[in-house]
Design a protein around this ligand. Structure first.
Ligand code: FAD
Length: 506
């Protein structure tokens, strides 16, 4: 008996799933497979929160597939061993999956699967999962190709699939010996929840998107919150682009009846731009699959000579640096598994410039903290924010300025740092300036209940920027930066002069 195997991996949805449609159209018996690979658990960028999220989304998927009479088979183990086992029992004619742009481990794993398929003359059909183009020759026409791909009509779940019975029980986190920390406000897993979230955003909460996404508090209300769903592939990128474009079109056509239509259009257009950024950043990892272990510009990285100061690293990780706004962000991230873009950039910049910590260690730690960890976005952003690409402006944020801009009264700081809950607004961003007597009165002695800053913020940032400019100034560094720009640079011209943008941001 010969069968087709649909391998679900980071595409845990029943709708708009080309491998599933293709298998259904073949008319053959189909086995739908989801594999938990224990080797993955030990990777430095992976945390049990990721495995639990994936498992919960896969459980939801299996229920959705069951409604169409299709079983999803869970397996734990090495993918090649499992494929061998299936192939021995049945005969696999085709393996169908989406293309995956993941960390170095998944890249190597996919290479092994490719070899295995070749050795057994099994065809492995990999379908694009988003706007990332495999085997892209150069970036010149990338935007056009990506946009064309986004215009392809959506496909719903297949109506009829002939599936075979194959045992595979759904494991619990306990079964696999993992324990994930409990996240506050964790999104509800699964396709229905993702659609609900998307609809809520497009019809209600997204109106204030543009003006809210830089604030750590408002972004939780007016940001889409879709990133964990994208990461597990619960929603297809094309679906979100289609729905967003339809909504923009609808608002444009009904301007006079829709309150704040201009604000809506601005917000949703800005959101749609970020959907394109997602593909743009993942494309970089697709083109250079080892960006989680090798800096885009290794010469700059070497010249920087950053060292892992364990004391500083631990304070940064634990949110005890003595810089209130940064500490509040680290604690929110630890508790919820999510923080907005601006704060991610600031966290990474503080580690890289003020504390001069190496990007790989800080990047891996953040990856384990983000429920939405997406290697293609993460490692390219880590490269940018740590100054190791050589093609981006040096992004060294002032934590105190960011705090004053986005948490003027200090309510966010007080929420996440109970030690500072009694500190008056005047001192909340720089509590070390509080008079001693006040510190005693409110039982918040700096250096005792809450730490003194690890370094002088202004001086260490200045020093970090100086060292970064020096690291990228040599001929070798500049030569590699040119190559990075050629291979990965966005082909769009910046609208404003860099210096203007820099002033506004930092
Ligand atoms: C150091 C650093 C690490 C990051 N790591 C990740 C990561 O592991 N996973 C991840 O999804 N995002 C990452 N980001 C990008 C960004 O912070 C998140 O995509 C965003 O905060 C997710 O929340 P949202 O879905 O509500 O975003 P929204 O603002 O609603 O945006 C919608 C979607 O657009 C995409 N997007 C938004 N901003 C960006 C951006 N700057 N670059 C690329 N795509 C973007 C995401 O897919 C996001 O889900 C990182 C940013 C930095 C600075």
């Amino acid at each position: 008996m010969s069968i087709e195997v649909v391998w679900f991996k980071r595409d845990l949805r029943s709708r708009d799933h080309l491998p599933l449609i293709s298998a259904a159209l073949s008319g053959k018996d189909v086995l739908c497979l989801f594999v938990l690979e224990p080797e993955r658990f030990n990777q430095p960028d992976i945390d049990p929160i990721h495995i639990e999220w994936e498992l919960d989304c896969a459980i939801d998927l299996s229920k959705n597939l069951e409604n169409s009479g299709v079983s999803l088979h869970f397996k734990i183990g090495n993918i090649i061993d499992i494929l061998n086992e299936i192939n021995d029992k049945y005969e696999i004619t085709r393996l169908l999956s989406h293309e995956e742009t993941g960390n170095s481990w998944s890249y190597d794993r996919d290479n092994s699967v490719k070899k295995w398929c070749k050795s057994l003359k099994i065809e492995w059909c990999q379908y694009p999962n988003n706007g990332v183009i495999r085997n892209l020759k150069n970036r010149d026409f990338w935007t056009r190709e990506r946009n064309l791909r986004m215009r392809i009509p959506l496909s719903e779940s297949p109506i009829f699939i002939s599936t075979i019975n194959y045992n595979g029980k759904i494991p619990t986190m306990n079964d696999i010996g993992l324990n994930a920390k409990k996240l506050e406000n964790r999104p509800v897993p699964g396709e229905d929840a993702a659609f609900t979230r998307l609809n809520l955003f497009l019809n209600k909460s997204g109106e204030r998107y543009s003006t809210s996404i830089s604030s750590p508090t408002l972004s939780t209300k007016h940001g889409s919150g879709l990133s964990p769903y994208f990461t597990a592939g619960v929603l297809s990128m094309r679906r979100v682009v289609h729905e967003t474009s339809s909504r923009i079109e609808y608002i444009r056509k009904n301007k006079s009846q829709i309150k704040n239509s201009g604000v809506w259009i601005k917000s949703l257009s800005s959101f749609r731009k970020r959907l394109a950024w997602r593909c743009h950043f993942i494309q970089k990892l697709e083109t250079e699959p080892n960006l989680d272990i090798v800096a885009q510009n290794p010469v700059i990285e070497k010249n920087m000579m950053r060292i892992l100061d364990i004391n500083k690293f631990n304070h940064w990780k634990n949110g005890t640096t003595g810089w209130p706004f940064l500490d509040a962000c680290m604690r929110q991230l630890d508790a919820t598994g999510w923080i907005n873009f601006r704060m991610r950039a600031m966290i990474m910049s503080a580690a890289s410039y003020n504390l001069w910590l190496p990007w790989k260690e800080t990047g891996n730690f953040l990856a384990t903290q983000f429920l939405d960890y997406e290697p293609g976005i993460h490692w390219t952003q880590v490269g940018m924010q740590s100054g190791t690409t050589g093609i981006n402006t040096i992004r060294a944020y002032s934590m105190t300025k960011q705090g004053k801009d986005h948490d003027k009264n200090g309510d966010y700081i007080r929420k996440w740092i109970p030690e500072l809950s009694m500190v008056p607004t005047e001192y909340i961003h720089e509590p070390w300036l509080m008079p001693k007597e006040l510190q005693e009165n409110i039982m918040c002695r700096i250096g005792v209940e809450y730490p003194l800053p690890l370094t002088n913020e202004v001086e260490s940032r200045k020093e970090g920027i100086k060292r970064s400019y020096s690291a990228r100034s040599g001929e070798d560094a500049r030569r590699i930066s040119k190559r990075v720009l050629q291979v990965h640079g966005s082909r769009k011209r910046p609208r404003k002069k860099e210096s203007t943008i820099q002033k506004k941001l930092f």
